[in-house]
Write a protein that binds this ligand. Sequence first.
Ligand SMILES: C[S@@+](CC[C@H](N)C(=O)[O-])C[C@H]1O[C@@H](n2cnc3c(N)ncnc32)[C@H](O)[C@@H]1O
Length: 326
Amino acid sequence: MAIDLQWLRRVTERRKKETSEEGIRLHPPAMVKEVLDFLRVWELKKGVLVDMTVGTGGHTLAILQANPKVKVVGIDRDAASLEVSAKRLSDYADRVTLIHGDMRDTQRLLRQVGIGQVDGCLIDPGLSLWQMDSKRGFSFLDDTPLDMRMDRTSHVTAQTLLQTMSTDELECLFLQSGECRYDARRIAQAIVKERNRSGGIPTAKALAELVMQVKGVRGGRIHPATKVFLALRMAVNEEIDALRFGIVEGSKVLKKGGRLVVLTYQSLEDKTVKETFAALAQPPEKGDDRPMLRILTKDPIRPSYQERKQNPRARSCKLRAAERVK
Ligand SMILES: C[S@@+](CC[C@H](N)C(=O)[O-])C[C@H]1O[C@@H](n2cnc3c(N)ncnc32)[C@H](O)[C@@H]1O
């Protein structure tokens, strides 16, 4: 069975609009004004901000352009993305330091470049558009193996998971991180059946086609394989764990009064931010009874109507922010 043609037409049209003159798709940064406002970029006399998921540099570029006195340290676990952002930010090379690493190691990575406490941190997790096109099996259209590693020096690929997990484990993975409640069991069974029949699922495209063939699979407006791909990607890159520990690390490197801003794009990520902020805003059980953070956004901030219209990818974005209080 072929890929859904209507879906393919929609995707192809959107891709055309998003492609730059150099033939690549740069990630359109979400909620830029709100991010800069919460980080108080315009007010900083001088200072250092950390973009803990710099990607192809959209938010960092906006920060550097907004205030010539601010420096940015950009961290990303994807070395290839850093090459793109280094080129894009080359006009500001004297104010940017790019580091290949995981946001879970922010404190150590900053120490390596001689930085202790900073004025603000931004986390914009997940996958960039540029990565989606990087032929690592993130896209349903990829006729390439299911790799899905953001950091190509790490060991586990999506292929490894599909080859080694049992039906129950795959079902659990899809239920927990992909939120495909109705179809998880049937999709897991189809994967294991195909693996036993042919030895494995060779490409991302083959997986998308297999999911489409599962009887009764539900997709609605999105492609039915979306949540399966999301679940695999999140598992391969330990995204929820990274987000939780990234928030803790970001909070630790903030000066008193420094701000942490986190963007999310799906409910599990937002739940993680809400719970981690709440834990850090509680007074510790022993010793000093002041909490580490004060939450600035009781409810998450959403993109404006205008932004949602201009950049449909930002539609699901939620912003939460907190301030270091001790
Ligand atoms: C949505 S993109 C960021 C886009 C960026 N804000 C921009 O405006 O271009 C997410 C980025 O986070 C990176 N990333 C995901 N998990 C990470 C982690 N644990 N540590 C560091 N970077 C991570 C990805 O490699 C990707 O480049």
